[in-house]
Ligand binder design. Sequence first.
Ligand code: NDP
Length: 288
Amino acid sequence: MTAQVINGKEIVAAYRARIKEEVERLTEGGCQPGLAVVIVGDDPASHVYVRNKAKACEEAGIYSEVHKLPGDTPESEVLALIGQLNVNDRIHGILVQSPLPKHISEEKIVEAIAVHKDADCFHPVNVGNLMIGKEGPAPCTPAGVIEILKHIGTDIAGKHAVVIGRSNIVGKPMAILLLREHATVTVVHSRTPNLAEITRQADILVAAVGKAKMVKKEHVKPGAIVIDVGINRLDTGKLAGDVDFDDVLETAGYITPVPGCVGPMTITILLKNTLEAAKRAAAQLQAN
Ligand code: NDP
């Protein structure tokens, strides 16, 4: 059996078309959604991500501004910029691109972003709300994965989902969202012995490791849905996921390609978070 390769482009296009329609309606009503992206330093990959985000905003009709700061910008200046963006009515979502230079505390920066403008769901208040199932921004990558699973018609409830990785950005919120969809969830990480024994039990396997092509066919149950979050640059300059695509292709039931599926879907959820924040701002304006 050869896995069905999930058509990320199709999913993303359909989802963004719906967002664009809502953005148009909101803009006609006098509230164009706006996203501010802050980038500090000159990490080339980060600049590519930021460019992609700005382009996606433009295509969706979302106002965007990119604040490019030199790598030696003092933390206090970044905090001051966030303070301004917090009270700027044109801006409904704020995102600070990671990684930040070592002299800047990611924690301080994330906590400085107004809770209602946190476009990534990184702020501890939003993480807490996510944990207890309260409304708030969606964690972009994990929420994108859930949308991909739903798009291919997965009945997530009752399935055994195994998440490889336990980072605050991907692994942990991924586990929470899968739980919310009633999956039975196992999280494995670098200290897990017999990893393949556990991952082979997965109906849904999500790889968020940051190790190129680590997941091989011996990690995969025949017919499983394999979602590859990883983005790794090989020495050849090519991008590769955490899953060895060619090795797993004959074993999995479904598989996501890298690049072209989870990455663009992550940006799509960012657009959605900005739209939802703008909707809340518009509703509040009307109520006042
Ligand atoms: P982190 O480095 O923060 O976390 C990696 C996780 O993988 C850790 O929990 C770590 O375990 C675990 N791990 C590392 N090595 C192994 C191993 N040999 N076996 C089992 N588990 C292991 O990475 P992120 O979560 O931020 O990102 C993961 C990947 O996803 C990266 O490739 C990143 O580029 C990509 N990414 C893609 C996005 C997208 O839009 N598509 C968005 C965000 C990330 P431990 O905790 O024990 O150290």
